[in-house]
Design a protein around this ligand. Structure first.
Ligand SMILES: [Zn+2]
Length: 528
């Protein structure tokens, strides 16, 4: 009985200073991000409740331990909290991004030299002030509170109702734990897999040439574009006018039933450009499968990777590693990222133009263009002249959704411009261009309070797997490849998942494997 009482009361009596210090370390930047940057006030309340409970029970647990172990336990808890605080300081104060799992990927995925470059790039007055000031304040506060040990009754009569309210708030929305420190450590322990050096696993597939090969095969990989927000797919606001024009000109073919195999960029890329499928998980490793780059090498295509995402940065270390399999690569994002200024996907237009002019004398080219698309935060994805939609256009929706919906749709509108301009670069050449999004987003579809990447529910994942997918064929391509053009036209309704992309690409490039008929079986364009 005594231990039970101690368990529940100690965080308010003997260990109040630990309770509050740990709470501050694990909550300050997350709460600021959700409150100030996302303006998500009731979400902040749930997150606050979750983090209060986490700090409370972490400290309460201390009372169950024998005296000698207590100290080590507290050091451990402070260590975890301080690391999180450190990450929050850099990600939030220096980069204004959500201090959550992506940063862990970056930290675990970079080497010490990169890490020190990273720190020196992002250190500034705010960061230093936070790293010195906040811990100092907590120490002074702890000393003061230890001196004033009296007033237990008041502490308990405020403390217990607080915990009760927090428990109710948390139980009301338990998935909020995904936005806090617990999810980061969960990710590190159970979800993170280090990416090996991929070139070591290159294969040499035996190929058959079925016919002539088109000069330009281009794959534009979009980011976080929800099919349901494209007017190309019947959305009620004109978010994709330029692509619609291309469709009306019978140059762009839009596919109705395409899904992604996963809901996060990094997870999608394990399947996207190789012969690996989600069904193969556990049987082999994704990086051991045959990649599109292996196929390109064996069939005379020179590959290039143009990206507006960062290479060794916050988001996608794994994608950066995959890009190294191509013959050349340009990461537009890296430049601006270091300069700490905003940049848009449009930066890829001149970069693609100059690549194409360099490729003139080269026979076959496979080009992958990776966009930032509609990745959160949406308003950072388009220049101000694309502020076309405003909260007032969304009167039918709850008030707090309107601004977010407008910003999201503006990013889709700008993406429409970028993709159609990129396509335009290839319009007078013998070219076929694929465009699709890596995965979709859940913009208040499964939950009126949630927007962003999928929540861990079947419904939200399902929504985020619905993606726009289309194929552009230039007039020259249509003239030179009438049979495949016809098949491209005819299959617009076929169900297809993008882990089979490699087969569709090989199909249009007139290639198949010598030892199996997987291309025929799995291509989007094959007719049974
Ligand atoms: Zn993504």
């Amino acid at each position: 009985m005594k231990t039970v009482i101690a368990f529940f009361t100690e965080p308010f009596t003997k260990n109040l200073h630990h309770f509050i210090s740990i709470f501050v370390l694990i909550s300050i930047f997350d709460l600021m991000y959700f409150y100030f940057d996302l303006g998500y006030k009731d979400h902040v309340l749930s997150l606050f409740a979750h983090l209060i409970l986490l700090a409370y029970f972490s400290v309460a647990f201390c009372s169950l331990l024998p005296h000698q172990l207590k100290k080590f336990y507290l050091i451990f808890i402070y260590l975890l909290s301080s690391i999180y605080f450190l990450m929050g300081t850099f990600s939030y104060l220096s980069m204004q991004i959500n201090p959550r799992p992506s940063i862990v990927t970056a930290i675990l995925g970079t080497n010490p030299q990169e890490a020190s470059e990273f720190v020196s790039t992002f250190i500034n007055a705010k960061v230093i002030l936070s790293l010195i000031g906040i811990p100092l304040l907590l120490i002074i506060f702890s000393k003061w509170i230890k001196k004033h040990q009296k007033g237990y009754k008041i502490r308990l009569s405020i403390g217990f109702p607080l915990i009760a309210i927090c428990a109710v708030l948390f139980l009301h929305r338990p998935s909020v734990w995904l936005d806090g420190i617990a999810s980061v450590y969960y990710f590190v322990l159970f979800k993170y897999d280090r990416c090996p050096e991929l070139a070591k696993f290159a294969t040499q597939p035996q190929l058959l040439r079925q016919g002539p090969q088109p000069k330009n095969v281009v794959i534009i990989i979009g980011e976080s574009e929800a099919k349901s927000h494209c007017s190309l797919y019947g959305y009620n606001l004109p978010t994709t006018p330029k692509l619609e024009q291309l469709r009306n000109d019978s140059l762009l073919f839009v596919y109705a039933n395409v899904t992604s195999p996963e809901v996060l960029t990094v997870d999608v890329f394990k399947y996207l450009l190789n012969t690996f499928h989600p069904e193969d998980k556990g049987k082999s490793n994704w990086y051991e499968s045959t990649t599109l780059f292996d196929v390109a090498r064996q069939s005379g295509y020179k590959s290039a990777w143009l990206s507006n995402q960062t290479k060794n940065g916050m988001w996608d270390n794994l994608v950066g590693n995959i890009s190294e399999l191509s013959d050349t690569s340009v990461f537009v994002g890296n430049r601006y990222y270091i300069l700490d200024r905003e940049w848009y996907d449009g930066e890829l237009i001149p970069v693609t133009n100059s690549l194409v002019s360099k490729q003139e004398d080269q026979s076959l080219a496979l080009t992958i263009i990776h966009l930032m698309g509609s990745h959160e935060q949406f308003e950072k994805r388009y220049p101000s002249d694309y502020e076309h939609f405003h909260a007032s256009d969304y009167q039918d929706y709850p008030e707090k959704q309107r601004d977010i919906r407008a910003k999201y749709d503006n990013s889709v509108l700008y993406n429409d411009f970028v993709v159609s301009e990129l396509i335009n670069i290839y319009s007078d050449k013998e070219s076929i261009v694929f465009y699709f999004s890596d995965h979709g987003l859940d913009i208040f579809d499964s939950d009126p309070n949630h927007f962003g990447h999928a929540k861990p529910t079947a419904e939200s994942r399902e929504i985020c797997m619905q993606i726009p997918f289309m194929v552009y064929t230039s007039p020259l391509f249509q003239e030179h490849f009438p049979i495949i053009t016809k098949r491209i036209k005819e299959n617009y309704n076929k169900s297809f998942r993008t882990d089979n992309l490699i087969y569709a690409v090989m199909d249009v490039a007139g290639l198949s494997f010598k030892d199996n008929d997987d291309v025929k079986k799995n291509s989007l364009f094959s007719t049974p």
